[in-house]
Design a protein around this ligand. Sequence first.
Ligand SMILES: [Zn+2]
Ligand SMILES: [Zn+2]
Length: 404
Amino acid sequence: MDSPASPLAAQAPQKAPINWPAAIMFPLTTLPVLTVLPWYLVTHEVSAAPWVWAFILLWLNGLGITAGYHRLWAHRTYSAHPALKWFLALFGGMAVQNSILIWAAMHRVHHKHVDHIDHDPYSAKRGFWYSHMGWMLRDYPSAQLDYSNAKDLLDDKVVMFQHRHYLWFAFGSNIVIPVALGFTYGDVWSFVLIAGFLRLVVNHHVTFFINSLAHMWGRQPYTTTNTARDNDFIALLTYGEGYHNYHHLFQMDYRNGIQWWHFDPTKWLIAACSWVGLSKDLKRVPNFKIQRAMLQAQFERAREKLLHSRTNPSRLTDLQHLLETEWQQFSQTVAEWSKLQGEKLDAAKLHMAERVHEAQHQLQERWEASEMKKKLATLERALEEALEMQRQRVALLRMQMAAA
Ligand SMILES: [Zn+2]
Ligand SMILES: [Zn+2]
């Protein structure tokens, strides 16, 4: 039996037009890697040099994107010396992921509208392929830009120079650097294929994983309000950007992996640069806020668990009561912390007002050394510890619920 044409199908929106530069560039770089390179490796003897240089350039491009495009320009998590900016603009540009201006403006939209089907330019809710690469292959309305969210970048000389001369940055670097290295080592084709094409394609996919896999695979210790995940394996591939759940909640932090054992070379690079004066004003989220977010996520999970629990009613009441007690204590600690923040601010203001005639930086130094500040910091640490202890208790409570 013939089924009538669906009225929905008749009204289906036309597919977005193809974005030809990307639709040509991706096959043009991927096909030689899948065809010419395997043949070349079988039929030619290749030294270690092109592989070593491919690895070095891969990391320079990756860090150009993560430390430069992402954490410096898109999120302003630190300030950089002009020398570092030029370095990041050059090697980030070599990664062929568009200019800093376009990349950062679009990334800010991603954070603002994360997961929204129509407004997030690479919404993971539209599937793996779309968030990985599909969004670049057509001119989707969700990827239209007006730079209204990137006014600070329009005033950045390095950003604007790279934007105006982007094709030189992208093509020039990808041709000149591998060919020049090839001439130096007397093996141009090996360098073009391995340090040129292969390095570019690998870097494309590992950084695209941050938009696709890092929104699909991993844990959510800080927030369940969006699809972003923390994943140590993805962090290994993405120069530390795999701690994406943390990053989506605390995008102003220069770190993505906050523990010392987290593999976050981008964080290490930014910190190392600050020791030699190439970066400064590194922003970190206060530990209390991080602990608070983790506990909130734990409470949400525990409540969800109890909601669907099939344990006997009296046991369920006990668990609910325990959870409620923990929640009340949590609310109290958070209220005390907020009050303390107010007191800190008032004390600092009073200190400044008392010494109106002193130079500003001297005042700042005195405040840093004052007894009042030390006392408030001790109180703050005690509240942080209280939250950490409570997080362990709630984790135990969740284990009891799992066993119930
Ligand atoms: Zn994301
Ligand atoms: Zn981001």
